[in-house]
Design a protein around this ligand. Structure first.
Ligand code: KIV
Ligand code: NA
Length: 277
């Protein structure tokens, strides 16, 4: 497959070809996303929850995200690689946002960064784009600021909220974002906004009318043990399989069924004889 480009992504929207995006947080998950042939990979700050065990996305640091994104980069060559800028790393000023985005590109080789919300984030997006770094927007349920939007719940459920959402999305597009995530937005609201946007919209809990979908790796594989949202579809139940495999191993260690002779190393017969002498 040819390497994914921003032009190819725009062309997919143009052709009405659905865009498949998944998160990844390390080398093996990146290799799996690569082998599965997805179009885009997001190193989401959902890593805070899925791989670092925090209760929200807020605590994850720039250094942690840099480490995870660099690992994903090493396992990925075809899809576009987008990295989430973590909470507190871009909101303060355009200068802070550009500096953080540049650190991600320099240290990890990601293709783009993602920031949350409309409002002041529209200016941050414009500044990062002006610095030559592609930006993905993210509206609707924005987990970094969940506390101020009433928690982890669908957004835009009143006509006023829906209009505000639409305005944020258009503002992010006008700021130069190459794509935008719609998270937990009522299907009719998404449908109403879609004709207003010319950039690819990637939905998660936003219905079928978006240009593509994104899901969290650990959610879709059934690895994550915490609460999962309504929009998650589990395509496998790997957690159970993983526990089964580790349990079987532990049991065989305890019974002596593992290791067998074929799991050990031999030595040349003459050396073995000398060892016994
Ligand atoms: O962090 C994340 O995984 C995300 C996606 C759910 C869009 O932002
Ligand atoms: Na995120």
């Amino acid at each position: 497959r040819p390497r994914m480009t921003f032009g190819a992504l725009a062309a997919m929207k143009e052709r009405g070809e659905p865009i498949a995006m998944v998160t990844a947080y390390d080398y093996p998950s990146a290799q799996i996303a690569e082998a599965a042939g997805v179009d885009m990979v997001l190193v989401g700050d959902s890593a805070a929850m899925t791989v670092l065990g925090h209760e929200s996305t807020v605590p994850v640091t720039v250094d942690e995200m840099l480490m995870l994104t660099a690992a994903v980069r090493r396992g990925l060559s075809t899809p576009l690689l987008v990295a989430d800028l973590p909470f507190g790393s871009y909101e303060q000023s355009d200068e802070q946002a550009v500096k953080t985005a540049q650190r991600f590109v320099k240290r990890t080789g990601c293709d783009a960064v993602k920031i949350e919300r409309g409002g002041s984030s529209v200016d941050r997006a414009r500044a990062i784009v002006a610095a030559g770094i592609p930006v993905m927007g993210h509206v609707g349920l924005t987990p970094q600021t969940a506390a101020s939007i009433g928690g982890y719940r669908a957004q835009g459920r009143t006509a006023e909220e829906a209009v505000a959402l639409c305005e944020s999305a258009i503002a992010l597009q006008d700021a130069g974002c190459f794509a935008i995530v719609f998270e937990a937005i009522p299907t009719p609201v998404t449908e109403a906004i879609m004709p207003q946007l010319s950039i690819p919209v990637i939905g998660i809990g936003a219905g079928p009318s978006t240009d593509g979908q994104v899901l969290v790796f650990h959610d879709l594989l059934g690895i994550y043990d915490g609460h999962t949202a309504r929009f998650v579809k589990r395509y496998a139940e790997l957690r159970g399989e993983m526990i089964g495999a580790v349990s079987a191993y532990a049991e065989e260690v305890r019974t002596g069924a593992y290791p067998q002779p074929e799991h050990g190393y031999g030595m040349p017969a003459d050396e073995s004889a000398r060892l016994r002498a």
